[in-house]
Design a protein around this ligand. Sequence first.
Ligand code: DQA
Length: 141
Amino acid sequence: MKILVLHGPNLNLLGTREPGVYGSLTMEDIDAKLVELGRMLGAEVICRQSNHEGVLIDALHDARTWADGVVFNPGAYTHTSVALRDAVAAIGIPVVEVHLSNVYAREEFRHKSLLSAVCKGKISGFGWQSYALGLRALVEG
Ligand code: DQA
């Protein structure tokens, strides 16, 4: 089994970006933990990040050709991007939406996700473990 872990905008700054909200692990720390968890679960985990909506769309299209599922943190595009929603709906492989923070305990504009309805499920509020739970759900589900 092969799983894409896809990080959206500003997640490359994890570690120094608002650590009170997002924790002190870097994105590379999280990726290493997910690769290791994947190994334990018998899955190959490939991690990508982009700050650009079109590059994230291309990564989702590409995943269609090789991945069995996607763990996706769309960052702020969660709340704005019809194009990413359409890409998730188009690719025909399960996508789990994940967020480090509990978006429902934050500003109201974060309560709305344009992607949730086309994702297999959504995990929010468990820090890096949101990704781990999403990965486990895809591999074991
Ligand atoms: C986030 C939540 C989003 O609202 C925010 O724009 C992010 C990160 C999270 O992981 O908690 O960039 O997706």
